[in-house]
Design a protein around this ligand. Structure first.
Ligand SMILES: *[C@@H]1O[C@H](CO)[C@@H](O)[C@H](O)[C@H]1NC(C)=O
Ligand SMILES: *[C@@H]1O[C@H](CO)[C@@H](O)[C@H](O)[C@H]1NC(C)=O
Length: 409
């Protein structure tokens, strides 16, 4: 959701859906589950970076290629890691002949789209040809419905058409999957340094919000998966394990401790996967504030929260400083921050908190904090991104509108 949450203007990026209306059938059922490896990309306000594209340029090496499904029963989509855990990218084959497209895996938005042939950048600075594009010239099975598609993320809008084509991933082969192509996209998406060709949104869409169903609904309806479940093992580059995965249709028992699973109602009233945030503890100090909720957002590198909350958290971190509207923490901090959901507490190890050094010549000094202000937010909602998510296993259930969280295996 850097997409959704780390725009130029503010950290939070909401996705505005425009003039989309729809009805789609209730899913049927299937067997087995699908897992898709993840790779992700990040975008930060350039004010926080020495060079605007440093994250992309330096973080461009991807951890691996898509993993083939380990078994028919497990639909596993492998995740590539972008940079220093900025984002996670999965690959899907689209079209005839099939060609690989790289997709940012985003539990905080709801559409699957890739660039379309003829796509141009909205600011007139060029076309989208530094990315893999789909259309009638490259795919004999591509169909353009002509229906308009528009979505606005924090980092800018994307406009195009609703289309269909063959899509193959994680051992699933869907004929004529409905998705969208971008024909005009914000500059960010067209840049060569943006290491994905589109976005795989895995949040919900409520009936009436869209003229086409989300991927998971289609997979469920057409019997590719037994349950409309998406489960995430967000990897950490420093672990060197190449173990990131999105499992589709089930939770992957190899990835979490079964005895630790808690299941919580989704309190998100819109597309988000959102749970009640019981408690935040920093260095043993319990943060006190009113009712808080947490959106679980794989598309956000950082954790973002209301300004006052974020100040409280950092005030409890020895050596933390507020500079230029941004919190920084000692690069070698030993602070442990924990989040409690349901009655279970999940810590974030100290090593996960510091981001880039404030002064790159002083890597032992202050580093930008991976917990930041959700600008413009006055509400009680936190966006909990990969800083936290790589420390848990989590799973969303579209049918039951529930979220399960567990300790990693
Ligand atoms: C593709 O990327 C290269 C390198 O950044 C750039 O020089 C070129 O202009 C880009 N092409 C388009 C069409 O934007
Ligand atoms: C804040 O701005 C000053 C002056 O530009 C700079 O030296 C310092 O590194 C900045 N701090 C952060 C945390 O960005």
């Amino acid at each position: 959701m850097y997409i959704a949450s780390v725009p130029q203007a503010a950290f939070l990026a909401f996705l505005w859906l425009q003039s989309l209306e729809s009805t789609w059938a209730t899913p049927a059922r299937t067997q087995g589950f699908l897992a898709i490896p993840l790779t992700k990309t990040y975008n930060l306000p350039s004010s926080q970076l020495d060079e605007p594209n440093a994250l992309f340029a330096n973080g461009g090496e991807l951890a691996g290629t898509i993993q083939s499904p380990t078994a028919d029963a497990i639909h596993s989509l492998g995740l590539d890691i972008e940079g220093d855990d900025y984002g996670y990218v999965a690959s899907m084959l689209i079209g005839t002949p099939p060609r690989p497209f790289r997709l940012l895996v985003d539990s905080g938005s709801s559409y699957l789209w890739v660039g379309g042939e003829g796509c141009v950048m909205g600011d007139g600075s060029g076309d989208c040809s530094n990315h893999t594009l789909i259309g009638p010239q490259s795919s004999s099975t591509f169909k353009d419905t002509g229906a308009p598609f528009f979505v606005k993320y924090g980092s800018g809008p994307v406009a195009g058409h609703i289309v269909s084509d063959h899509v193959n991933f994680a051992g699933i082969d869907v004929k004529d999957l409905t998705f969208a192509v971008a024909l005009k996209e914000s500059r960010h998406y067209g840049l060569k340094s943006t290491l994905y060709d589109g976005i795989l949104g895995l949040a919900r869409l409520l009936p009436g919000q869209s003229s086409f169903p989300p991927l998971i609904d289609t997979l469920y309806e057409q019997g590719f998966i037994k349950d409309p479940i998406v489960s995430y093992k967000i990897p950490r580059r420093a672990d060197h394990l190449d173990d990131g995965e999105v499992a589709i249709g089930a939770m992957n028992p190899a990835k979490y401790k079964a005895a630790t699973v808690i299941t919580l109602p989704n309190i998100g009233t819109q597309r988000f996967w959102e749970v009640s945030l019981q408690r935040v503890v920093v260095n043993g100090l319990r943060m006190t504030w009113g009712t808080r909720s947490a959106v679980l957002d794989s598309g956000s590198t950082f954790i973002l929260g209301p300004r006052k909350d974020i100040a409280k958290v950092h005030t409890a971190i020895p050596g933390a400083q507020y500079q230029n509207g941004t919190w920084a923490v000692p690069c070698h901090t030993d602070v442990i921050i924990s989040f409690t959901f349901g009655d279970r507490t999940f810590p974030i190890p100290a090593r996960d908190l510091p981001f880039k050094p404030v002064d790159k010549n002083d890597p032992d000094g202050l580093c930008l904090s991976r917990i930041g202000e959700l600008q413009g937010s006055t509400d009680s909602r936190w966006i909990v991104g990969d800083v936290f998510l790589k420390n848990i296993y989590f799973s969303t259930h579209l049918g039951k509108n529930e979220i399960s969280i567990a300790e990693l295996a």
